[in-house]
Design a protein around this ligand. Structure first.
Ligand code: C5P
Length: 211
């Protein structure tokens, strides 16, 4: 049992609001992050799950913090990160948000004139900068091309210990119940997990990053 281990996990998409009825987001279902939270609790870890808007129930014995925007997720992650032993960032954070959010519904004909995007903070990169020795930081990379090469680049760029790389294609990744993952470590290890249920993959990922 991994009783004394505090595990912080992010999951799901973020929403970036243009006005009270419109947002930019992505098709992340949160299933991978929720499966990780469930598997981490099963292994005896203490789990905090920071979740974007998804329709999944909170796994038993998991403390869940619901957030909406990338900036909210950033605040909550930064708050819990210092006391976490293991942090896994599986959320599909929107890279951009509208430059401003209107408090009133924007008129239909005005919408296209109003969308200027600005970059969101890279939450994971920020955590990588304040990581202390002994803390393990894991990221995800959903890639449509040259996935291993791009994954390795992100591992270095964001100062991660591990990155879980998956190829996004039909029936893989995002909304699917199944996934196929290659884990790459900062020490040069590479482990391939063949296509399987996200809960089974979650258990394997945890065994790799926190043996
Ligand atoms: O660079 P890319 O978005 O592909 O990196 C994916 C990883 O970075 C994921 O772990 C994701 O949760 C994290 N990320 C983040 N903040 C962002 C964008 C991505 O933490 N703004």
């Amino acid at each position: 049992m991994k009783k004394a281990v505090k595990c912080l996990i992010s999951a799901g998409p973020t929403r970036e609001w243009l006005d009270p009825v419109r947002f930019i987001s992505n098709p992340s279902s949160g299933k991978m992050g929720y499966a990780l939270a469930k598997a981490a609790v099963e292994s005896g870890m203490e789990v905090i799950l920071v979740s974007g808007p998804v329709s999944l129930p909170c796994p038993e014995n998991v403390e869940r913090k619901m957030v909406n925007t990338a900036r909210e997720m950033n605040e909550v992650m930064k708050n819990y990160f210092p006391s976490a032993n293991l942090t896994i960032m599986s959320a599909a954070v929107c890279d951009h948000r509208p430059a401003s959010t209107d408090h009133h519904k924007v008129k239909k004909l005005e919408v296209s004139k109003n969308i200027t995007l600005v970059p969101n903070p890279d939450i994971l990169e920020g955590l990588g900068k304040i990581k202390r020795p002994g803390q393990i930081l894991v990221g995800f990379a959903a890639e449509t091309e040259r996935h291993l090469e791009n994954g390795k680049k992100k591992l270095r760029q964001k100062n991660l210990d591990w990155i879980a790389v998956n190829e996004v294609a039909e029936g893989k990744g995002f909304e699917s119940d199944k996934n196929e993952i290659t884990m790459i470590s900062s020490t040069g290890q590479s482990i391939f997990f063949e296509r399987g249920e996200k809960l089974l993959l979650a258990r394997k990922i945890l065994d790799a990053v926190w043996p």
